[in-house]
Ligand binder design. Structure first.
Ligand code: KG4
Ligand code: ZN
Length: 352
């Protein structure tokens, strides 16, 4: 029997054991879920090596994945207390991300699926970030509003069912995470920028007025390039005048401007779309200031907030397994010819 004939006959389980694999950037990750229960989650990161180069070097990332992938999967199985033979499906990120990096995880996942004769589930990394909320609250069900803020995407979405959403608005230029990384560079902070801005901001005050994003807009769009330019201009002007720059104040003021708009748009969307829940995901959602602001704004508005733990906001394989479960339930099994994709658009504005 061929692999596809075998998977075509698979009878779906209510709570399948899914192995998730993620290798789109600099984290090699594997996780095991049983249904929506997370059993284990392992990460081997090459971030400290990448930091020496000031950012992610694709070639180094690919080599690091090749070295770590076997170990990370073994650890995930061991910590979940399950054997490879018990795995019902293998979910893997096929994009978006660095091609060479993606191919390591994808090829490994394909070999496992083929050998075990179980379905391969191809996961869009961004859908994975959105699905992290399903593990954070196993009772969460659509509809809800999703706030997505990562290194590559920033959007407010209306998630109407497990596999369909409407993009209410997204960024017109830079993503929120990209803005954090660029602002960090201007302030001379090392990679990764986001967490370093957050750390420095704790020592400063939000006392510099940066221009309001898309002033007067009642929609859900974002634009971070103006904020980035404002930070650059502020620092250059100060330097030219020979005035000292309080870097901590710049970090705190930038952070407040970058974050407040996310909170405002998410809460407004929940009210307009008459849902009582906001789910958040993506690396920027690991930001402590954003988390506090979301918690207090949702508290005031009487909204339920699903905030995955910080480690499930940044790249991880638990979220890939969670989105894998959605694909499994739809019998959306991927062929073994599935290729990696460097770019996968989130979708156009409007219903997907
Ligand atoms: O979601 P993610 O891990 O990768 C993508 O799929 O893009 O997001 C990475 C982004 C980076 O831009 C990083 O600077 C930002 O998330 N980030 C943060 C924090 N932790 C990660 N931004 C602000 N504060 C943080 N604590
Ligand atoms: Zn990510």
């Amino acid at each position: 029997m061929t692999y596809s004939e075998k998977t075509a006959r698979v009878s779906l389980k209510d709570a399948p054991l899914i192995l998730g694999i993620e290798s789109s950037c600099d984290e090699t990750a594997a996780a095991i879920v049983r249904g929506r229960t997370l059993l284990s989650d392992e990460i081997i990161s090459s971030a400290s090596v990448q930091a020496e180069y000031g950012g992610v070097v694709p070639e180094i990332a690919s080599r690091a994945h090749t070295e770590a992938i076997d170990e990370v999967v073994r650890r995930a199985l061991k910590n979940a207390g399950v054997s490879l033979g018990e795995v019902d499906a293998v979910a893997v990120t096929y994009g978006a991300g660095l091609m060479g990096a993606l191919l390591v995880g994808l090829s490994f996942a394909k070999s496992l699926a083929f050998t075990l004769g179980v379905p391969l589930l191809g996961v869009n990394h961004i859908r994975g970030h959105m699905a992290a909320a399903y593990l954070a609250d196993p009772a969460l069900e659509p509809p809800f509003v999703t706030l997505l803020a990562s290194g590559g995407h920033t959007a407010i979405l209306y998630t109407q069912s497990y596999d369909s959403f409407t993009i209410l608005g997204s960024t017109r230029d830079d993503a929120a995470g990209e803005a954090f990384d660029k602002a960090a560079r201007v302030l001379g902070l090392p990679y990764p920028g986001g967490p370093n801005i957050e750390r420095l901001a704790r020592e400063g005050e939000n006392n510099i007025v940066f221009p309001k994003m898309l002033k007067g807009e009642s929609g859900y769009e974002f634009s971070y390039s103006g904020l980035k330019t404002a930070v650059i201009n502020y620092c250059h002007t100060k330097e030219q005048k020979g005035e000292p720059i309080c870097r901590a104040d710049v970090a705190a003021s930038f952070q407040a401007s970058a974050v407040n708009v996310l909170v405002e748009r998410a809460v407004r969307a929940a009210k307009e779309y008459k849902v009582n829940t906001i789910a958040a995901g993506g690396g920027v959602v690991a930001n402590g200031y954003l988390r506090e602001r979301l918690q207090s704004a949702c508290g005031e508005a009487g909204l339920k907030l699903i905030l995955p733990e910080k480690r499930y906001c940044t790249d991880n394989a638990a979220m890939i397994a969670a989105e894998g479960l959605v694909q499994y339930r739809r019998r959306n099994f991927a062929p073994l010819s599935l290729n990696a994709a460097a770019h996968i658009p989130l979708g156009k504005k409007g219903k997907q």
